[in-house]
Design a protein around this ligand. Structure first.
Ligand code: SIN
Length: 527
């Protein structure tokens, strides 16, 4: 019997985890627009959060995830994440993945912002993503051919079902792939902004593909800005992991003022949105902000990746100061899915950062994203392994090479778009800035999806249309949320976030409860 076709779009952890689980049972086609290492998973530094130590438990991890997410999370999704996570991590360890550990074999667990426990597993010091992805590639070698440089330009939809994709290679040659199941694992959209921790290719393509195909999207206004990019002379060199603050580093201004003191009870390890806004406030006044790392012993050994970044930026670590600025890091919103990864369009699924099943709420807890990639890809794999009878539908599409290109489109360039998003849809937004952004975007040719005829456009035009589409979707979502919450801070609306002051203010059913009460509530199955 012919195996079912499964198309996976993307090359990060979620994509490889799914491919790995399906490869013996399905015909897996893995497509990625860049090379296999151009994704955010490979860049991940901090690690994977999981309640694996004796002093920890899933309820505490759940409470931290919900608090960081401003209680906006889908509780069932969080419960699945924190309960299934530790066993799936142990499976990977049994298969040979090595996390950093001491001489007795105990994991060396790190701490990051808004976690009440040390629960961050890491590998190669701060090279967790690299180590993990090398491990995943080694598992897949000779089993799946990853088609690199193959950009999905549109999803094929027939009779209300996604039946495959149209792709373009770097020379602009088009191909069609049909599949019973098509999975978006394209990552987030950080590269829509000027300063970002994301790979430059990660600009929301999956969101635009899903939108054009008619799938629902959700919570797009929630964008997490990581407080600490290594930033000097108007250039971003990459992420400085929160694990550095977890080891005691302190954010200071040039004159030595500790900027988080008195701002939040968790000080330098406060939720990311709080820290990012505080840094931005100082930068806007013309001050430099840096991480004082003088108290961290063996910095180079603990953080080899960040040490390399510092070297590339000519920063002398002997001075123990790393200049930082916030940058776009993670998209909590995305293509709406259930916990199995099913979107509202039959035949189309989404996993990893491009998906939104509500697990992160309004703000993702540090190091929950690799865990999300592992847990929900496994759930989708189990679901797809029960699906064996879907028919493979093919229909004839016009040959793009024989068709005349449609009218000349009016489009902006990517750097003007990045500036717009940074200035008006960034760490802080307000009504007039968002309206300005919306009107600016709507000057261009992208809104009338049916008249676009994507296969007949150049790769560059499609890339800009995807960016415009994502920016417009984020702006319109941000306009419609008239409150400040997590990764959506409206300077024109009062702050209503329940996580502000840490343990004392968790709001449930309009009542203030303590963290202890909340954990009890979770324990008895209400969470
Ligand atoms: C970091 O290492 O600070 C980033 C980890 C994450 O975003 O989960």
């Amino acid at each position: 019997m012919n195996k079912e076709n499964v198309i996976i779009i993307g090359s990060g952890l979620a994509a490889l985890t799914l491919a790995n689980r399906l490869v013996n049972f399905k015909n897996v086609i893995l497509l990625t627009k860049g090379n296999r290492d151009q994704n955010n998973s490979c860049k991940a530094q901090g690690g994977i959060a999981a309640a694996v130590s004796k002093s920890d438990n899933w309820k505490s991890h759940m409470a931290d995830t919900m608090t960081a997410g401003c209680q906006y999370n889908n509780k069932q999704a969080v419960r699945v994440l924190v309960q299934k996570g530790p066993n799936l991590i142990r499976d990977l360890v049994e298969q040979g993945l090595e996390f950093d550990h001491d001489a007795q074999g105990n994991f060396l667990l790190g701490r990051e912002g808004a976690h009440h426990e040390r629960r961050i597993l890491h590998a190669g010091g701060d090279a967790t993503g690299k180590v993990l992805m090398e491990f995943m590639h080694a598992q897949l070698v000779d089993k799946v051919a990853i088609k690199e440089g193959e950009t999905v330009i549109d999803l094929l939809v027939n009779n209300g079902r996604c039946i495959g994709v149209i792709t373009s290679n770097q020379e602009g040659e088009r191909s069609t792939y049909y599949a019973q199941h098509t999975i978006l694992a394209t990552g987030g959209c950080g590269a829509l902004y000027q300063v970002t921790s994301n790979d430059s290719s990660v600009a929301g393509d999956g969101l635009a593909l899903a939108y054009r195909a008619g799938a629902s999207l959700s919570d797009l206004e929630f964008i997490q800005f990581h407080p600490t990019m290594l930033y000097i002379n108007n250039q971003c060199y990459g992420l400085v992991s929160e694990a550095v603050r977890g080891e005691g580093a302190i954010l200071k201004t040039g004159n030595g003022h500790n900027i988080m003191k008195g701002v939040h009870v968790l000080e330098d390890l406060a939720p990311r949105d709080v820290v990012a806004r505080e840094i931005q406030k100082h930068i806007s006044k013309g001050e430099n902000v840096y991480l004082d790392i003088s108290m961290i012993v063996n910095f180079e050994e603990k953080f080899p990746t960040i040490t390399q970044l510092c070297e590339s930026a000519n920063i002398d670590l002997a001075e123990a100061k790393i200049p930082v600025a916030p940058g776009a890091h993670f998209h909590m919103g995305g293509v709406k899915t259930n916990q199995l990864g099913e979107t509202t369009l039959p035949g189309l699924y989404a996993i990893g950062e491009v998906a939104c099943n509500g697990v992160h709420g309004a703000n993702r807890l540090a190091s929950n994203s690799l865990l999300e990639g592992i847990v929900f890809s496994n759930l989708l794999a189990e679901h797809l392994l029960t699906q064996t009878n879907a028919q493979l539908v093919r229909f004839k599409i016009k040959d793009p090479s024989t068709s005349a290109k449609n009218k000349q489109l009016v489009l902006p360039n990517a750097s003007d778009l990045k500036k717009l998003m940074t200035d008006y849809v960034g760490i802080e937004r307000n009504q007039s800035g968002l309206m300005h952004a919306k009107q600016w975007l709507e000057k261009y040719d992208f809104l009338d999806v049916n008249s676009l005829d994507i296969p007949y456009l150049t790769n560059e035009e499609i890339g800009i249309i995807n960016r415009l589409t994502c920016c417009w979707l984020i702006v319109t979502s941000a306009l419609s949320r008239t409150e400040s919450r997590g990764g959506h801070f409206r300077s024109d609306f009062p702050y209503r976030d329940s996580s502000r002051w840490g343990d004392q203010q968790i709001i449930r059913n309009n009542k203030e409860v303590t963290r202890f009460e909340e954990m009890k509530y979770i324990e008895v199955g209400n969470g």
